[in-house]
Ligand binder design. Structure first.
Ligand code: PMP
Length: 404
């Protein structure tokens, strides 16, 4: 199946708009992706036609909404090769990591080790700092090599008898590096550690099978996957979720409640206290249906072509420093421009209708590793076109001329 970006693009209403009188060139999908009409309509349809609270009603709308919510769980499970009961809905990727980190507190002793990498997003750093401070655990950091790949030899060396948890990104939101999750998991397991992958970026750009990887936990968010904000997914192996204590207390996560005692519901409901993000789950289910109907290999090739086109056209630009060139990387271009702050670059690009992100990308240790305080980032998605790649290069060249 050939991939036709123009045809797919027409399904995203927002991409028709203009910014400062120029056609929008949206290159900020790694921060949050735009939504196809199928997602917008699924959420609107639910609100207009079939909406009530889930799980506790006996009336038709409550039952229909519960069915739709649980169907979304089945879709998320099938999407990553998991069982239905292994999918916990959270409010985002960040909450999913926090849920696991806080739940593991009872398993950790002072001196136990948690292995992270220098390329992690703060969402996969700060919750582990909390856990370290609670348990007296020690954080160990896998270094990043100059090309933006993980130092696998150093990783192997960090694993040892005290390693309890390994938490690594499957794909870096800054470098675009795609880490060899299956190998990383095997090595973690050989050391007797649990392994969590932050899949917030990877899941968007490649098919993921959590059983094949043998991940213990896998985390992703809806809003980067062409779905809505306010919804994330935590996959956990059934036996591990069964051992994990609840994260928050409230309705729907209990077995029984008396004045003296509480018993808890089984996973996944044990981790979904209160009214869950119902419409957001329905929207995520629609996004997964929509994306699953596309040729995902062709999409990855398309995104790679766009990245290559930009790289080739900018090959002679000695004013540009690209951060992260690992083999097989995803279509994320992080860069600094000589003589201009990344924020200023992003602001000038915006005048040309080009949306990129600038700052630390919630990855301050990585910025420090590469000796910069910030970078600009252009991230490519399935709806970007070659004309947009060219528009970006042209706007960037004019931006450089402005600062030169
Ligand atoms: N990890 C990575 C690699 C990310 O890119 C992001 C989003 N910027 C997150 C975690 C946090 O996800 P969320 O926005 O769903 O909380």
């Amino acid at each position: 199946m050939a991939f036709d970006a123009e045809q797919v693009r027409a399904e995203f209403p927002i991409l028709q708009r203009q910014v400062h009188g120029k056609p929008l060139v949206y290159l900020d999908s790694a921060a949050s992706a735009q939504k196809p009409r199928a997602v917008i309509e699924a959420m609107t349809r639910a609100m207009e036609h079939s909406y009530a609270n889930v799980h506790r009603g006996l009336h038709t709308l409550a039952n229909e909404t519960t069915d739709a919510y649980e169907a979304a769980r089945r879709k998320a499970a099938a999407f990553i090769g998991a069982a239905e009961g292994e999918i916990v809905f959270t409010k985002g990727g960040t909450e999913a990591v926090n849920l696991v980190a806080s739940g593991l507190a009872a398993r950790l002793q002072p001196g136990d080790e948690i292995v992270l990498s220098e390329m992690e997003h703060h969402a996969n750093i700060v919750p582990w700092h909390f856990l370290r401070d609670r348990c007296g655990a020690v954080l160990k950091w896998v270094p990043v090599l100059d090309d933006g790949s993980l130092d696998l030899a150093a990783y192997q060396g960090l694993l040892g008898p005290r390693t309890r948890v390994v938490a690594l990104s499957h794909m870096s939101n800054v470098l675009g590096t795609i880490n060899p999750a299956k190998d990383l998991a095997r090595m973690a397991h050989e050391a007797g550690a649990l392994v969590l992958f932050d899949g917030c970026q990877a899941i968007v750009h490649k098919p993921v099978d959590v059983k094949d990887i043998d991940a213990d936990f896998y985390v992703f968010s809806g809003h980067k996957l062409y779905g809505p904000t306010g919804i994330g997914v935590l996959y956990g192996k059934a036996e591990l979720l069964a051992q994990l204590p609840p994260y928050q207390g409230g309705g729907e996560m209990i077995g029984t409640v008396t004045l003296d005692e509480i018993t808890y519901a089984d996973p996944p409901h044990r981790f979904e206290a209160g009214t869950p993000p119902i419409l957001e789950a329905i929207g995520l289910g629609a996004a997964i249906d929509w994306l699953s109907a596309q040729d995902r290999i062709a999409i990855a090739e398309h995104e790679h072509r766009l990245y290559q086109r930009v790289r080739e056209r900018l090959a002679g630009a000695n004013w540009l420093k690209v951060i992260g060139e690992a083999p097989g990387k995803g279509a994320v271009l992080s860069f600094t421009m000589e003589g201009a702050h990344a924020h200023d670059v992003a602001q000038i690009l915006d005048r040309y209708g080009v949306a990129v992100r600038a700052g630390t990308h919630c990855a301050e240790p990585l910025m420090r590793r590469f000796g910069v305080t910030s970078s600009a980032r252009a991230s490519f998605a399935l709806y970007n076109t070659e004309a947009e790649a060219d528009a970006f290069v042209d706007a960037l060249t004019k931006t450089q001329a402005f600062f030169a």
